[in-house]
Ligand binder design. Structure first.
Ligand SMILES: Nc1nc2c(c(=O)[nH]1)N[C@H]1C(S)=C(S)[C@@H](COP(=O)(O)OP(=O)(O)OC[C@H]3O[C@@H](n4cnc5c(=O)[nH]c(N)nc54)[C@H](O)[C@@H]3O)O[C@H]1N2
Ligand SMILES: Nc1nc2c(c(=O)[nH]1)N[C@H]1C(S)=C(S)[C@@H](COP(=O)(O)OP(=O)(O)OC[C@H]3O[C@@H](n4cnc5c(=O)[nH]c(N)nc54)[C@H](O)[C@@H]3O)O[C@H]1N2
Ligand code: SF4
Ligand SMILES: [Mo]
Length: 722
């Protein structure tokens, strides 16, 4: 009924010369279905409407999604290549002049060539991101290894999905973010959600979350803050930041003790149970409560609900993953599903809320320092051989593994890395411990940045290349379910902007590597090569043709050939991907955050998002509605803590840690623990909270501990920003 009314209203506002282009949102991993409205008299995008026929999001979009189209023809778009002609202004927006593509390519080829002949192939680096299509992500990996011949490539997913990837690989032997399709979520009996601000970060999942409760099921949320999803939870486990592993072990202790372990499943399909059972013996509710700060009754109730639920899904996001034990946290919460056997069947399983639009596909096909397409390892000679064959290179030529994202900035400071090709990321805002990162960018001999809006990171570049927005190119993206979907082109690139794959093909030609790239004339050409390169890897996309994606509403990987419909549910045959076919239950000793509060820094700082902004904010801070709704950063402080410091709502304070300081307005709220403060990270320059965060890295995933460090507040006498 409502739906009909909505469509009638839409019909009434339709432009006379309007056509609709079926696609998905540019932002988060939900990849909401949308139609871009295009005026055929100008061939310009003029608006958007949600797609009711998209099974994952059924007509839902969030404030970012409904305004995303405003990026395409925005006044701030970079329309021509820019070359820096005043090196003294590095680190600012000044000192650039417009140039032709020819001049820009010539300069890059000359400077990259010089650096490699003076300092070796590995003096260059590539830092990329996963707001790009699979085809672009794939080609970026090839461009680094074959076009530049460097080992140093890594990407922003290191700060995003790397701990989930590490945990899933260890527990299941495969890293697909969700073991089931999202259309199962509302049909389960219990959702256990840890470290996900679902209502603000994956808002179009919420109708499924509420539906669980409406059907009489349960919602358990573990978060130091009372987020909108925590507020309506049956149990809110309001833990201290950085203590998830103790909570996961504590719940496992109760599940085993109270008879909820599925012995048959454990014996047949898993390893590691006895060792884990022994380890979690120590995590009594009392001990767990002492470490986490969560009341004993809440821990007991959560274990009881999860244990009793016929079907349950354990879900988590960056709250548990962006810790220096993020991988352990992922395996720790995954243990709950493995011990109780609530996995490998519909409506039961484990899922992470994948962050970026292509956070899943972008991590499978070679942007990570040690990975090649199809989730192959660059350290495995057989894998190298398979990919070298597709690329037409001698396996000997394949560069060795590089280092992780943050470590690349350290190497820039050491002058091991001297040149950078940055695309699709804004690390001058989003990387941890920014004083080191910004210094690293500044110390580069030569830096190229490809973006469509001049970002804070582009301010350090010598050449800026104008890329296109998602609406000006086509290709595939893999959403948070592991479903490969199609992004369609709604408008020709504006100005002289070009898609990144085309930039890489043309640049490779300038670098004398054209024979490996020149055959790629369209996005579809890249797609065909990419499917082939993934063939036989466990993230096998070979069978996911664009045609099949269109006909089936997407294709879940693995999808091995033309006849394969794809794999919506993982492990239905109870076969996990470790060589013996079993999953691993992991015994994980607790360790505290890298930096615990002390007398000098008595508070815990945690960081994250708000609904109106996206990541570094370089896109959403330019959209008027979003900027109006959330113009500035702030620090959330509990009223008791505010009283202790004598600070008022809206007062400016200085927040500092061992790494740096910044000034924020205080937002007093009871929705946070007394010992914790929270700052959203979507803001640049002096407002970036990453000036304060700690670069303590997880030993397996190399994920920085964005979610917990020790901090202190200082009241300013004047109450003004200094
Ligand atoms: N509006 C909006 N949506 C987005 C994005 C965005 O920038 N803006 N980005 C997208 C991307 S790339 C990502 S990665 C996802 C991120 O999605 P989320 O992970 O949901 O977002 P965050 O705000 O980073 O953190 C989630 C929650 O973790 C909690 N938390 C902090 N410390 C801890 C802890 O120690 N333990 C536990 N259990 N919880 C903790 C925070 O209070 C917060 O509520 O969102 C995607 N969607
Ligand atoms: N303190 C703190 N820091 C964090 C986090 C946190 O929770 N707390 N979260 C981390 C997480 S999960 C993430 S994902 C990272 C993300 O951090 P970033 O990688 O910095 O993310 P974006 O802001 O999306 O940066 C993408 C940039 O590329 C541009 N862009 C978008 N699409 C394209 C394209 O197709 N081609 C090109 N060439 N450019 C494009 C955009 O305009 C933007 O400038 O931040 C991390 N940093
Ligand atoms: S939920 Fe994510 S994909 Fe959907 S409209 Fe919002 S930002 Fe876009
Ligand atoms: Mo992310």
């Amino acid at each position: 009924m409502q739906r009909d009314k909505f469509f009638r209203e839409i019909e009434n506002v339709r432009h006379p010369n309007e056509t609709l282009v079926k696609t998905h949102c540019s932002y988060c991993g939900m990849q909401c279905g949308m139609n871009l409205r295009v005026d055929t008299s100008t061939n310009k995008i003029i608006g958007v409407e949600p797609r009711y026929d998209w099974p994952v999001t059924v007509g839902k979009m969030c404030p970012k999604g409904v305004t995303a189209y405003q990026q395409t023809n925005h006044d701030d778009r970079i329309l021509k290549p820019l070359i820096r002609d005043d090196a003294s202004l590095k680190g600012t927006q000044e000192g650039f002049r417009e140039a032709s593509w020819e001049e820009a390519y010539d300069l890059i080829a000359e400077k990259f060539g010089e650096l490699q002949s003076n300092y070796g192939k590995d003096s260059l680096s590539v830092f990329s991101g996963v707001s790009m299509t699979n085809e672009k992500c794939y080609l970026t990996g090839k461009f680094a290894r074959v076009g530049l011949g460097t080992r140093y490539i890594d990407y922003n997913g290191r700060f995003c999905m790397s701990s989930a990837a590490g945990g899933f690989l260890r527990s299941f032997g495969v890293d697909r973010g969700s073991t089931l399709p999202w259309t199962d979520v509302h049909e389960t009996d219990c959702l256990f959600i840890a470290g996900s601000n679902t209502a603000e970060c994956h808002p179009t999942s919420m109708f499924r979350v509420w539906a669980v409760q409406e059907r009489g099921g349960y919602l358990i949320v573990a978060d130091p803050r009372e987020t909108p999803v925590a507020r309506r939870a049956d149990v809110h486990l309001d833990l201290r930041p950085g203590t998830d592993l103790a909570l996961a072990n504590g719940i496992l202790h109760l599940l085993i003790k109270n008879g909820y372990a599925d012995e048959e499943f454990v014996n047949k399909h898993t390893n590691g149970f006895e060792e884990t059972k022994e380890l979690v013996k120590d995590f009594t509710p009392e001990t767990t409560s002492m470490i986490t700060g969560v009341a004993v009754e809440k821990i007991e109730r959560a274990a009881e609900i999860y244990g009793k639920a016929p079907n349950a899904i354990v879900m988590f996001a960056r709250g548990i993953e962006q810790q220096h034990k993020g991988v352990d946290n992922v395996s720790g919460y995954t243990n709950m599903a493995l011990v109780t056997g609530k996995i490998g069947r519909p409506k039961a399983g484990v899922a992470t809320f994948t962050g970026q639009g292509n956070g899943q596909g972008g991590r499978e096909h070679g942007q990570k320092s040690d990975l090649l397409p199809g989730y192959r390892k660059i350290t495995n000679p057989e894998h190298v051989k398979a990919v070298s064959k597709v690329w037409g290179i001698d396996p000997e030529e394949m560069p060795k593994p590089g280092v992780s994202a943050y470590e690349m900035f350290e190497l820039m400071n050491e002058k091991t890395i001297r040149g950078l090709y940055l695309l699709c990321s804004n690390p001058a805002v989003s990387a941890p411990n920014l004083n080191v990162v910004r210094k690293g960018l500044k110390s580069l001999d030569f830096m190229v940045c490809s973006d469509f809006f001049l970002s804070e990171s582009a301010e350090y570049a010598d050449v800026i290349l104008p890329s296109v927005t998602w609406s000006e190119d086509e290709g595939t993206v893999t959403n948070l379910e592991g479903r490969i979907i199609k992004i369609n082109k709604a408008q020709e690139p504006i100005g002289e902007s070009k898609p990144d794959w085309q930039i890489q093909v043309e640049l490779a030609e300038r670098l004398g590597r054209g024979k490996y790239f020149s055959h790629l004339k369209t996005a579809k050409d890249v797609a065909e090569e990419f499917r082939l390169a993934s063939k036989g890897g466990y993230a096998d996309y070979y069978g996911a043709t664009w045609d099949k994606i269109d006909k089936q509403d997407g294709v879940f990987w693995p999808c091995k050939d033309e006849d394969d419909k794809g794999t919506p549910h993982m492990f239905l045959d109870k076969k996990f991907y470790h060589p013996d076919g079993k999953a691993k239950i992991c015994a994980l000793p607790y360790r505290p955050p890298a930096e615990e509060p002390d007398e000098k820094y008595p508070l815990r700082l945690t960081t994250g998002r708000v609904v109106y902004h996206y990541l570094s904010g370089n896109q959403t801070r330019r959209i008027k509605f979003l900027k109006d709704m959330c113009p500035d950063p702030y620090v959330e402080v509990h009223p008791v803590t505010a009283a202790k410091y004598g600070i008022q709502h809206d007062e400016n304070i200085r927040l500092f840690t061992r790494r740096g300081k910044a000034y924020y307005k205080v937002k007093i709220t009871e929705a946070i623990r007394e010992d914790t403060v929270f700052v959203p990270y979507h803001f640049g320059h002096d407002e970036s909270i990453n000036l304060l965060t700690i670069a303590a890295l997880d030993p397996i995933s190399k994920m920085p501990e964005f979610k917990a460090c020790a901090a202190e507040i200082e009241k300013l006498d004047s109450g003004k920003v200094l």
